[in-house]
Design a protein around this ligand. Structure first.
Ligand code: CP3
Length: 351
């Protein structure tokens, strides 16, 4: 807890109660990428900042966009507005977001490239982000949980090796096969950086953190353990060494085949994508462990009866379990904000 910050007991925050293994009904709800391009007020603030990257590093404006979806919808959790790629940026890989083309970084594809990065995370470069965390916590209603986050090492490495997003993470998969010691060293740097970064977010006022393994689904069977499970387990253990008992959500998108193994990383909660049957996932998971997600972002674009049916299906599968209502992946920019309000009203009406 930071000095001078008055907070009510954590038990006031329904998302934290679920992360502690409690079944709360109706389930608390938030949405991945809830501060984003489907909101006109987000687009206006991004324009004011000048660029996506400038927005990420401006504590006042990052605070503003984090709070926008809370004001509009009253979600039960806010997630820090930032990006998983600020970690490679701080390490020296120069992140930019190219409008329409996605993220760009200086590629880190060989041991020589890696030697040009900082040997450990220069946390001072992320000071504006940590400043935003403190401002957001101070401005949020006391019952709203604040989530920090980072990308899992493999997912971040996939962007670093290619220097951009790719359809299949091909460059990083090729590097993992052709130069396994380079890939191990890159993952190591990201494990240590992520521990420092997440612990600092918790220190600055985040109540819990989420680790996004968005591209774990492409890993061949023999690489899941060394490149995804083991690094995530090291991050969870390292964060808890510094912040005992810290709640950690792990989102292993596309890896429903390994939920028990992701549970064994020490996660407090597993994110479930929309390609997974939530009832089957609940059977596979340890029974007291929280789950999160599963609503198809496409249903939220459609709205109407299709949305109602999709919401009801998630609620039916989640009932009786510790679950946080969310999407199976980020909200898309085509989503009408009114559909988000409709979804939340239906969740809060759940019998
Ligand atoms: O959830 C939230 O509201 C918090 C903010 C957040 C963003 N990115 C904001 C953002 C979070 C948690 C992320 C995580 C992130 N970033 C991931 C993991 C989750 C996932 O979606 O799989 C990944 C892979 C990234 C990397 C990244 N950042 C990509 C691939 C892109 C381009 C996406 C696109 O649709 O064009 C971004 C940019 C980005 N990050 C935007 C937002 C709101 C859109 C930027 C804009 O134009 O304003």
């Amino acid at each position: 807890m930071g000095a001078g910050r008055v907070t009510l007991p954590d038990t006031e925050r329904s998302v934290l109660r679920v992360l502690g293994g409690e079944t709360v009904w109706p389930p608390p709800a938030w949405v991945m990428r809830q501060a984003g391009r489907y909101l006109p007020e987000y687009l206006a603030t991004r324009a004011q900042a000048g660029s996506f990257k400038a927005l990420c590093y401006d504590p006042a404006l990052a605070t503003e966009v984090t709070l926008q979806p809370i004001r509009r919808f009253g979600f039960d959790a806010a997630i820090l507005f930032s990006d998983i790629l600020v970690v490679p940026d701080a390490l020296g890989a120069d992140f930019e977001l190219d409008a329409g083309e996605g993220p760009r970084l200086t590629p880190t594809a060989t041991g020589a490239d890696l030697a040009r990065l900082a040997p450990e995370l220069p946390l001072d470069r992320l000071a504006p982000v940590l400043d935003a965390v403190g401002r957001i916590r101070a401005a949020l209603p006391s019952e709203t949980t604040l989530l920090g986050f980072c990308g899992a090492p493999w997912t971040v490495a996939a962007y670093m090796v290619a220097g951009r997003g790719t359809p299949d993470q091909g460059p990083a998969l090729a590097a993992a096969r052709s130069d396994p010691s380079f890939m191990a060293a890159l993952v190591d740097l990201l494990v240590q950086s992520s521990v420092e970064y997440l612990a600092a977010q918790l220190e600055a006022g985040a109540d819990a953190v989420q680790i996004f393994e968005s591209h774990g689904g492409v890993l061949p069977e023999d690489l899941v353990e060394p490149l995804s499970l083991a690094p995530i387990a090291r991050i969870v253990a390292g964060v808890r060494e510094r912040r005992p008992g810290a709640p950690v959500i792990v989102f292993p998108r596309g890896r429903a085949d390994r939920l028990r193994d992701y549970a064994a990383t020490g996660a407090s909660c597993l994110g479930i994508d929309q390609g997974t049957n939530l009832a089957a996932a609940r059977v596979a998971m340890p029974s007291g462990l929280a789950s999160q997600g599963n609503l198809d972002p496409a249903a939220l674009v459609l709205g109407g009866d299709a949305l109602d049916r999709a919401v009801d299906a998630v609620l039916a599968a989640a009932k009786g379990h510790p679950h946080i209502f969310n999407l199976g992946h980020g909200i898309t920019k085509e989503t009408p904000p009114a559909h988000v309000a409709r979804m939340l009203a239906r969740v809060r009406d759940a019998a």
